[in-house]
Ligand binder design. Structure first.
Ligand code: AP5
Length: 230
């Protein structure tokens, strides 16, 4: 892991979780919400909400998501900007699944610069691709609160009952088939992995071994966040 560069700022933190499908971005982002009072902004969740609501952006994104490709920067930036304009962002934000292209990264820098801000840290979750297929295929979430679970690695404490909200309905994502995950992994390596060197050049990259268990990764990320968000 690189030395942590402390960023002294009174501005709300902007943390990025980078990593391929199944790396644990959503799992760890929700834990960061609990541990630090940060707010998770997942472009995947925002896009799925747009699809479910049948908005124009959702209709345009639906087929691309089902095939495992990346939605256009134009659509993603519009929904993210709308979300970032809302007044509930607390101590700061964790971007989960954004940026995913160098165009999105540059647009985020521009957006933050308008209010004198910058990305606090980009945390790259490092994993083996093949293991990600098993992680994603076994995943399910609470239909009520979105808490994530896994058939093997993270079961609710009481079978059939969400640890977080007590809900009893769970769902699986339509794009979590092995074939679609392989396509999402291809998109990650072609379009998103270059962001690792983008943030390394800015000296704000942190790397975490995300092949460990969820609790150990949580501790490692908490260590980083404690240092970069004084
Ligand atoms: P998105 O929703 O962002 O999906 P993704 O990046 O493919 O990531 P996942 O949600 O699949 O994985 P994750 O890293 O969050 O892992 P999780 O914590 O759930 O994007 C979906 C689609 O939307 C994209 O394909 C694209 O079409 C579109 N899109 C979204 N953002 C976009 C953007 N910016 N630009 C363009 N298009 C965009 O963990 C997975 C499972 O593993 C869980 O069951 C979990 O319990 C388990 N698990 C987690 N950590 C561990 C561990 N350490 N050990 C064992 N199991 C673990």
């Amino acid at each position: 892991m690189m030395d942590v560069q402390a960023t002294v700022t009174t501005q709300p933190a902007v943390l990025i979780l980078l990593g391929p499908p199944g790396a644990g971005k959503g799992t760890q982002a929700r834990m960061l919400e609990e541990d630090f009072g940060l707010v998770q902004l997942s472009t995947g969740d925002l896009l799925r909400a747009a699809v479910a609501a049948g908005t124009e952006a959702g209709l345009r994104a639906q087929a691309v998501m089902a095939a495992g490709g990346l939605v256009s920067d134009e659509i993603v930036l519009a929904i993210l900007q709308e979300r970032m304009a809302q007044p509930d962002l607390g101590r700061g934000i964790i971007l989960d699944g954004f940026p995913r292209t160098t165009g999105q990264a540059a647009a985020l820098d521009d957006l933050l610069a308008r209010s004198g801000r910058q990305v606090t840290a980009a945390i790259s979750l490092e994993v083996d691709d093949e293991a990600m297929i098993g992680r994603v295929a076994g995943r399910y979430t609470c239909a009520g609160c979105g808490e994530g679970y896994h058939d093997s690695f993270k079961l609710p404490a009481t079978a059939g009952i969400c640890d977080r909200c007590g809900g009893t309905e769970f769902k699986r994502r339509a794009d979590d088939t092995a074939e679609t995950v392989r396509e999402r992994l291809r998109a990650y390596h072609a379009q998103t992995a270059p962001l690792i060197s983008y943030y390394a050049r800015k000296n704000i990259l942190q790397t975490v071994n995300a092949m460990k268990n969820i609790a150990d990764i949580r501790n490692n990320i908490a260590h980083i966040v404690t240092k970069v968000c004084p």
